[in-house]
Design a protein around this ligand. Sequence first.
Ligand code: KIV
Ligand code: ZN
Length: 390
Amino acid sequence: MSKDKVHIFDTTLRDGEQVPGCKLDTEQKLIIAERLDLMGVDVIEAGFPISSPGDFNSVHEISKLVKNASVCGLTRAVKKDIEAAAEALKMAKKPRIHTGIGTSDSHIKFKFNSNKEAIIERAVSAVKYAKTFVEDIEFYAEDAGRTDNEFLARVCEAVIKAGATVLNIPDTTGYCLPEEYGAKIKYLRENVTGIDKAILSCHCHNDLGLATANSIAGVMNGARQIECTINGIGERAGNTSLEEVVMILRQHPTLNLDTNINSKLLYDTSQMVSQKMGVLVQPNKAIVGANAFAHSSGIHQDGVIKNRETYEIIDPADVGVTESSIVLTARSGRAALAYRAKNVGYELTKTQLDQVYEKFLNFADKKKEVLDEDIHGIIAESGISIEIIA
Ligand code: KIV
Ligand code: ZN
């Protein structure tokens, strides 16, 4: 049975780039956009055109460059924003305007000093106006995570009637639990007339570390687009991480969902974004962190050397990592030492290994990590007589 497609909407260049210190110039954005397109992203959110002349120009240039993905520009539910986005996107092969407004009680009262009926009216007018420029209109109900489901359903129904093709349900503050977010998507599917005319989209922030779990709960309940960023960068604690959702769907075939992403480009793309934005990837980051395929405890190393699958659920080659690494520390066992010694040219017998291992432990207790170049010294110090094999 063929799997249902989940569209990947990448917002590295918009929500990701909003992070202080992550600012990119147009040239850097073009390089990243080209890579995202090559990797198989379905929608690239290229920026917020009204926000600055530089961002307008980036969206304009990305629109000219991108061959396959839809190119999207963000707006508020404001006419001049929509006009700027339409202008910036006019060269795109597949343009999408992303417009919307806050729908939670807190946003309605404190941001807009307004009321529910007026918010629906503004939402509908924005979608109708955007529709006069392009066919593909995504509507976001900002702070949908804290918006009551009944009102959210009314907003969704009204904007679908006005022509929205995608409904973005952002958990803007990263507040929802996965069950709650999944139930919200299910509620909309069951209670919004005309819902089959639009794609439901998950846009989850990571304030409680639940962005990925919430996005997966969303697609398990019928959403068919996930909004995410490379390395999970984004406002505050970040957005859903692209590499995580792609690999979760791939590693769990029973979900019967997949994306168009070429996962072999994930590691390289993560490095590219990290370098261009000047933000390091945390070493223990799932999928793309430096330690994601590194094994350092003796028990795990012994297992991985016998068979990789004992402690790895992903083949590193599937995400573009050349191989798993066996890291030598004071917690490593003989199997790991023998394996790494062999990599640098020493085939140790059992007796030789016992001798070298003792020296190794003394050395490793003093140093965080034992490197290839240290192995030669440790073997020499152990006093065994051994030649390097070619
Ligand atoms: O988090 C959010 O609500 C957003 C919207 C502007 C889509 O980024
Ligand atoms: Zn966001």
